[in-house]
Ligand binder design. Structure first.
Ligand code: RP5
Length: 162
């Protein structure tokens, strides 16, 4: 199975990333996490992106806050799909990172999830990997059913609380 890479601009982004790594573990998808910054360690970001495909990755998640160019810079260096997570790490509450991540000019796409959307980034990465893995696709189908059943349990219980 192809691996998922998660690159974060700072270790302060870890609480957001952790929501995704928990899901990847549950789904038994191999992953690596690195702290590389587009502005503080540009050489490492460039080298990682350039070698990611050869190193067995199938999708890259990039989490960053503030003027968040990490996802875009990684996407510029590879044709692997890149998922951007805008992190809420400034006085602008993540709107800065959201716009920096989502508003990519034509030619270099970044699939952007919600501000602090670590869980959805991991699920989207899993869906991409599952395109070539029937067993993983079945796990994702099963998870959808389990999640739906939890909502229906809440529906059945809601009147008890009112
Ligand atoms: C971004 O700046 C990082 O992704 C982080 O969200 C934010 C703040 O970084 P630290 O100052 O906490 O290292 O590059």
């Amino acid at each position: 199975m192809k691996k998922v890479a998660i690159i974060m601009g700072s270790d302060s982004d870890l609480p957001v990333v952790k929501k995704g790594t928990d899901l990847l573990k549950t789904l038994e998808i191999p992953f690596e996490v690195h702290v590389y910054s587009a502005h503080r360690t540009p050489d490492q970001v460039r080298d990682f992106a350039a070698s990611a495909k050869a190193n067995g990755f199938g999708v890259i998640i990039a989490a960053a806050g503030m003027a968040a160019h990490l996802a875009g810079v990684i996407a510029a260096g590879t044709t692997l799909p890149v998922i951007g997570i805008p992190c809420k790490s400034s006085v602008l509450e993540g709107m800065d990172a959201l716009l920096s991540t989502v508003m990519m000019p034509p030619g270099i796409p970044v699939a952007t999830v919600a501000i602090d959307g670590g869980a959805n980034a991991a699920l989207l990465a899993a869906e991409i990997i599952a395109l070539g893995d029937e067993a993983l696709a079945a796990k994702l189908e099963a998870k959808r059913k389990t999640d739906a059943a939890k909502v229906l349990d809440k529906d059945a219980a809601i009147m008890e609380r009112l």
